[in-house]
Design a protein around this ligand. Structure first.
Ligand code: DC
Length: 231
């Protein structure tokens, strides 16, 4: 699209609410860059597990200062590089998923990664997905969306995704893991998962991907002062 103004669009919400798919496709439609901030916490977690770094605040903060985490736009959304190695698949491993909420709860770790995220979004023209984008990373984001969905629906979607990748999982197991992660992400004292006061909350339980995209784009065009989708 041709608007001169390049917005910062924050998409927050719990795991499995549809953030990454929606954010990626909204970015594609707008010609914006998609930034999956969860991938940064995952890459740091992977580095810690590989190197045997204790999952404690200071060692992790030290590691966060040492490693180079890069996000590169790619046709399927984003590739994640850790010291130059493509770890886009490795960061989705179950052991990373299990440890990432612990790693991301430490304030010293968050400070370092939030700094990198602000750098990535500084010029605008980004759709950033995470847990604290609208509350902490970009409290002045132009558009703030908080996507939610019922636990059952989120577990169903996540299980389907995993099956497509060849991983057989029981839906109730996925639901248990999601509920635990929701609790850890929402109850941590630094930047807990919660909607910004000015975020638009969208429950995606009954929405198709296309409907989710349309809702977010409507907010974007409203913000840009035009009422029609331009491509
Ligand atoms: O979106 P995801 O499931 O890949 O995120 C992985 C973890 O990273 C999630 O459990 C919480 C954390 N996270 C965070 O604390 N802040 C963000 N902005 C993004 C993710």
């Amino acid at each position: 699209m041709s608007s001169a103004r390049k917005l910062i669009i924050a998409i927050d919400g719990p795991a499995g609410a549809g953030k990454s798919t929606t954010a990626r496709l909204v970015a594609q439609r707008l010609g914006y860059v998609y930034v999956d901030t969860g991938a940064m916490y995952r890459a740091l977690t992977l580095a810690a597990l590989r190197r045997g770094v204790p999952l404690e605040e200071e060692p992790l903060a030290e590691l966060a200062r040492q490693v180079r985490i890069e996000l590169q736009p790619s046709p399927d959304g984003q590739r994640t590089l850790l010291d130059g190695e493509d770890v886009s698949d490795a960061i989705r491993l179950p052991e990373v998923t299990q440890a990432v909420s612990r790693v991301s709860a430490f304030p010293a770790v968050r400070r370092i990664l939030v700094e990198k995220q602000r750098e990535l979004g500084r010029e605008g023209g980004v759709v950033m997905d995470g847990r604290d984008i609208g509350t902490v990373v970009f409290p002045h984001a132009d558009v703030k969306v908080f996507l939610t969905a019922s636990l059952e629906q989120r577990a169903r979607r996540r299980a389907r995704e995993l099956r497509q990748q060849g991983v057989q999982v029981a839906e109730h197991e996925v639901a248990r893991e999601l509920a635990l992660r929701d609790r850890l992400d929402s109850e941590r004292s630094d930047s807990p998962l919660r909607p910004a006061p000015d975020a638009v909350v969208i429950d995606t339980s009954e929405l198709s991907i296309e409907e989710q995209i349309e809702r977010v784009l409507a907010l974007v065009y409203e913000r840009l002062g035009c009422n029609r989708v331009q491509q």
